[in-house]
Write a protein that binds this ligand. Sequence first.
Ligand code: ZN
Length: 241
Amino acid sequence: MRYAVFSDVHANLEAFSAVVKALEKEKAEGLIYLGDIVGYGPEPAGCIDTLRKLTDIIVAGNHDRGAVGMTDIRGFNPYARAAIEWTGAVLSDEHREFLKNLPLTQSIEENSTFLMHGTPGDPESWYYLHNKFDAAENFSHFKEMICLVGHSHIPAIFEINSEGMINLYYDSVEIKKGFRYIINVGSVGQPRDGNPDAAYAILTDDSLTIKRVSYDIVVTQKKMREAGLPESLIKRLSVGL
Ligand code: ZN
């Protein structure tokens, strides 16, 4: 099975459209979305509509739940909070219902793959998986071979062998029998690894590859300014941080 996997669109329809266009050539048989379709960006409704047409393998992110009052946004930084309050105010009832009904986790049994936005250890607390120590704690919290996550906006592939040794890759990995994986596929709409291009991944039975695609960042920034979103969120898109 060949899946396209993507996460953290964050209402950036320009970036999302570039990824959708790239996916047309990928011949994926399934699409997996790992959360945060809204927040930060200027087009939450357009992004929700696009996502719904693409797939129903979707999990909820903290911004999806924050926009509809299902998670406490007092822990968000002031800019993220301003953007999520703006998002909550512009969403239609239908889009709110869609976000409210997204599950926290999903499992694709035939591919031994578990999905969530944050961490398998505590998917509702929105912890981050930044390093090998974070990964080591979380491998015992799912039974599948592969766990796909989003949230940090930084692509990272953690591989553990039967003796508990962890390897970290950033671009691609060969999926091998006897190993297990926690994989962050990066962000479509707000990358934070220093590369401003939209990120997505292709997952097959024997490999995962992170791919990047450029989009017209200036157009998204113009729409954000028109919406009155915070300047710091607008500027960070140029540098991918
Ligand atoms: Zn996010």
